[in-house]
Ligand binder design. Structure first.
Ligand code: NZQ
Ligand code: ZN
Length: 389
């Protein structure tokens, strides 16, 4: 096991009606006048936004609104938000929604107190040292941004979708997690969230670091719980306990616990980010297409850890590593298809993907050779994209 630092300072407040605590939690994180960041309208329609505002009012916290953040959020909403925060001297942010609203809030939080262009952080030209505090009211278990230090924003100019990673600067101070808020999710969004949280665990699981039995077992346990609960939330969207189990899985998948002491991979995410940047598909759906293709490639080139995953997560009884890995791909695809997810580009609605463009952008953004479980050149990533056709 490798040395590591794990610092996860987010206060998770989990359970029914907990959004009524948003005001006092905002005060607790030291903010008195916040930017309320939300998406395209689901939080307005459900009445959640009104309940959050009521809670802020009751705690004497002032707020301004910044709604209309779209999935695969773009830099324009970040620049607008920074201007509002600066002009009105706001001292914190509360995001109501999923990864898109939260990541936009994080980018605004860092950009507001920075002298330069916030994109410097995403382009790797500057490091986030300070940010306004961010709190979250989570409405979709998926991206795990409620517990991560990351923020993923797409720069409209050139369609560069970049993941900014920070150790702690951008971790939310609090995350309100009420599973009932997820009852209104469309089935497709529920399924996309499930694929995304599984991918977050698998990106950490497929590693060459040895003697990581504890994180392997934690990862396998969370994956097995997700696989067991997924059909329940799909068929009974109002099942509180199943929704609660999926919601907490989404956080454990991405708050860092599953990655401690090991090298992580993340190539499937990098490859997916190019797809959702260019074709604006749901991130989780893109992962359901790319990850099995990456695993298929690995079954030929480096099957060992995929074989362990096959045996421990999908109970595959196969002694040969390559055959076990191939079987894992089959079972994972069947699982994704069973909850209504696409597993090919065609099913994702992209009949003729521009693979040379995806490969070019991928290696421009991430380097000539990418990945740690297996080092991939442009010829390799092209092959993986083709395996997803
Ligand atoms: O915009 P609204 O109207 O709110 O609708 C949203 C949106 O259409 C809807 N929704 C959310 N909660 C709902 C609901 N509809 C009904 N009832 C509810 N309770 O769901 C749609 C998707 O929302 P979004 O926030 O985009 O989903 P998600 O949480 O999957 O976030 C995706 C973004 O996060 C990034 C992805 O790349 C993508 O841009 N990621 C962020 C990460 C991070 N910060 O750590 C890590 C991930 O790997 C990921 O890359
Ligand atoms: Zn993801």
């Amino acid at each position: 096991m490798n040395n590591f630092v794990f610092y996860g300072p987010t206060k998770y407040v989990f359970g029914k009606d907990k959004e009524s605590m948003t005001g006092e939690l905002t005060r607790w994180m030291g903010a008195t006048n916040v930017l309320l960041v939300y998406g395209g309208g689901s939080a307005v329609r459900s009445g959640l936004l009104d309940r959050v505002k009521k809670s802020l009012d009751a705690a004497g916290v002032g707020y301004m609104e910044h709604g209309g953040v779209q999935p695969n959020p773009t830099d324009d909403k970040v620049y607008e938000g920074i201007a509002i925060c600066r002009d009105n001297r706001l001292d914190g942010l509360v995001a109501v929604g999923g990864g898109s609203a939260i990541d936009t809030a994080k980018a605004i939080a860092a950009g507001t107190v920075y002298g330069g262009d916030f994109w410097d952080f995403y382009a790797g030209r500057s490091v986030v040292e300070d940010a306004l505090p961010v709190g979250v009211v989570l409405t979709i278990p998926a991206a795990g941004s409620e517990g991560s230090g990351n923020s993923v924003i797409t720069r409209i100019d050139g369609l560069h979708k970049i993941s900014l990673r920070t150790e702690s600067a951008l971790r939310p101070r609090f995350a309100v997690m009420n599973p009932e808020l997820t009852f209104t999710l469309p089935p497709f969004q529920t399924a996309c969230g499930i694929a995304d949280m599984m991918a977050h665990i698998m990106e950490r699981y497929f590693t060459n670091t040895q003697e990581v039995e504890i994180t392997d077992r934690v990862s396998e346990g969370v994956l097995k719980a997700i696989i067991a609960e997924a059909p329940v939330v799909m068929s009974e969207p109002d099942n509180y306990d199943a929704r609660a189990n999926i919601m907490w899985s989404g956080t454990l998948a991405h708050n860092g616990v599953c990655g401690t002491g090991r090298q992580e991979d993340w190539v499937s995410h990098f490859m997916e980010h190019e797809i959702s940047a260019v074709y604006n598909v749901a991130h989780g759906a893109g992962l359901a297409v790319v990850f099995p293709a990456w695993m298929t490639f690995m079954s030929q080139h480096h099957p060992e850890k995929v074989a362990q995953y096959a045996r421990r997560v999908f109970d595959v009884a196969e002694a040969d590593d390559t055959k076990a890995a191939v079987e894992a791909v089959k079972r994972l695809k069947a699982f994704f298809a069973g909850i209504g997810l696409p597993v090919t580009f065609g099913q994702l609605g992209i009949a003729n993907p521009d693979i040379p463009l995806l490969v070019k952008k991928l290696h421009e953004n991430k380097g000539d050779v990418i990945g740690s479980y297996y080092r991939l050149t442009a010829a390799d990533t092209e092959e993986i994209y083709r395996l997803a056709l």
